[in-house]
Structure formats: structure tokens, C-alpha cells
Design a protein around this ligand. Structure first.
Ligand SMILES: C[S@@+](CC[C@H](N)C(=O)[O-])C[C@H]1O[C@@H](n2cnc3c(N)ncnc32)[C@H](O)[C@@H]1O
Length: 269
């Protein structure tokens, strides 16, 4: 089968609305077709990969809801290419928006220190370092797979970062003063979570937090209350704003500002 026939069969079955899936899978499997232009140039040439494998990947996406980034083992984040290892969380659009805002906010500054707590594949911290190269960045995660993934991405992006495998709670107890903190921690309440298929592809450790999803925020707020820092940017879940606001309201020495992209910026009063 030639590339153009593969495309025709794909659109007949899945429609025109999923062309991004088609191209991502083709670019992943093919050794010769890596861009849409080269697809056009090779459209009359026989595909250079197994049709069975292509069909299997389409099934994984359409039938089993496997995230595209776990099929092709990479994703774009803030215009950078990140490798995604098995069971490491695929960074989301809200996180990307928070990271862009963070970079925009600090773009005129130099030599700041940033810590990305619960770094996953390293998307936030490594992106900050890539776009603000005078900043020193530390990426923290408790688990080996995300740490390996972050190290691979640092190498791929050609950026330096201090990548530390440690429980974030233990890490924070050792710190008395931090400059800039940014985090997308686990925040889902296991008891009310319904998307069983998601659990098949992404790690429970990346998603769920104790205290109805608030365990990381509770710990972070207590640390912020009792230690010195300049700014803390925290992503949160769609329905968590009111509860987080009530928690922050009770802490006299913290000032906070909730932003539209589901993150809150905290500073000291
Ligand atoms: C929601 S994911 C976020 C990953 C990444 N920041 C992103 O936005 O794509 C949360 C991450 O926290 C890590 N994690 C869970 N519990 C942790 C803990 N106690 N200490 C440090 N990291 C933890 C998980 O391994 C996972 O990579």
C-alpha cells in the first residue's frame, strides 16, 4: 500500500477530524516520512512500515483511548519536543499555559532559582531553563521513571538542571528558603475519580493525592507559611478553587492571586 492510499483509508474510517493522529503515527513509524511535506513527496511510494502495526496503534488510540503521546512516545510542550516514557504523565494544556505565563512574567529577570516540584517528564522546569537560560532549575520527583524521563529530556533539549529523586515532602522539610517554586502536583481525589481508562495509561502516583486531593497543597501551604520564598505558582484542578481559597484565606502571612488558567500565585505579605 502507498502512503496516499493509507491516508484515504484512514480518513474513510476515522474522518478528517483526526489527521493529527494519522500524521503523528506515520511520523513515528516511518523512517522516510517525518514531515507533512515529505509525506506529500512520498505519497505514491509504498509505506515503509507494517500496516498491522499502524492499524494496532489506531485501535489503541480510538478504541482504548491510549494518549497519542504514549503511542508515539513524545509530545510537544511550549513548542519543545519532550520524550514521554511509559506511565509518566503526559503534560497538559493548562500546565503549558501556566509555564508560558511564568516565562513571560520573568523574562526580563536573570539568575533566578526555580524549583519544579513533582516534575514528571520535566516539562515545566526544563522549559523554563530552555527559555530563561540564566535561571538555575531543580526538578524534583519521588519516582525513578519520571526522573529518568526528565534526565533524557534535559539531554535531548541540551539544558542543564539539577534533577533530584526525592519525596517532595522530605525535600521541603530540608529547605528553609526558596526563590521561585512552580508545581503541577497530583491533585485528584481517588474516591470521586471515574475515568478508569486513564488509569490504564497514566500512573496513579501522578494523579491521586490524599486528603480528597489536597494533600500536596496542604503541605505546600504549611511550608510557605513557615519558610521564606519569593513566589510560588501552583496548578490546581477545575473544581478546587473555592476550597484552596478558603485554605489560603486562613493563612495570615500569605497573599494569593488565582489566575484563569487554573493556577494560583502565592507570595508572602
Ligand atoms: C500531575 S504529575 C505532574 C508532572 C509534571 N509536572 C507535568 O505537569 O506534566 C505529578 C508528579 O508528581 C510525582 N509525585 C507523586 N508523589 C510525589 C511525591 N511525594 N514527591 C515527589 N513527586 C511526587 C509523580 O511521580 C508525577 O510525576
Amino acid at each position: 500500500m502507498v502512503f496516499s492510499t493509507l491516508l484515504a483509508e484512514f480518513t474513510k474510517k476515522y474522518g478528517q477530524g483526526h489527521l493529527i493522529v494519522f500524521f503523528e503515527i506515520v511520523f513515528f513509524l516511518s523512517k522516510i516520512v517525518k514531515t507533512k511535506n515529505s509525506f506529500h513527496d512520498h505519497r505514491k511510494i509504498k509505506i515503509d512500515f507494517s500496516l498491522k502495526k499502524f492499524k494496532k496503534m489506531c485501535m489503541q488510540y480510538f478504541l482504548h483511548e491510549k494518549p497519542l503521546a504514549h503511542i508515539t512516545k513524545h509530545t510537544k510542550f511550549c513548542n519543545l519536543d519532550f520524550l514521554i516514557k511509559k506511565k509518566v504523565l503526559v503534560p497538559r494544556e493548562n500546565t503549558e499555559n501556566m509555564t508560558y505565563d511564568f516565562i513571560r512574567n520573568f523574562r526580563k529577570m536573570k539568575n533566578r532559582n526555580v524549583v519544579d516540584l513533582c516534575c514528571g517528564c520535566g516539562a515545566i522546569g526544563l522549559t523554563v531553563r530552555k527559555y530563561l537560560p540564566t535561571f538555575q532549575v531543580s526538578c524534583i520527583d519521588k519516582y525513578l521513571q519520571p526522573i529518568i524521563n526528565t534526565k533524557l529530556n534535559a539531554k535531548k533539549l541540551g539544558v542543564e538542571a539539577n534533577i533530584i529523586k526525592i519525596n517532595v515532602f522530605k525535600y521541603l522539610t530540608k529547605q528553609k528558603k526558596l526563590d521561585l517554586i512552580i508545581s503541577n502536583p497530583p491533585y485528584i481525589n481517588k474516591k470521586t475519580f471515574k475515568n478508569k481508562k486513564m488509569l490504564h495509561w497514566e500512573s496513579k502516583k501522578a494523579l491521586f493525592a490524599k486528603n480528597n486531593g489536597y494533600a500536596f497543597y496542604d503541605y505546600f501551604f504549611a511550608w510557605l507559611k513557615n519558610n521564606r520564598f519569593n513566589q510560588c505558582w501552583l496548578e490546581y484542578g477545575f473544581e478546587q478553587k473555592q476550597i484552596l481559597k478558603a485554605k489560603l484565606e486562613k493563612i495570615a502571612n500569605l497573599r494569593y492571586c488565582f489566575k484563569k488558567n487554573y493556577y494560583v500565585i502565592i507570595t508572602s505579605k
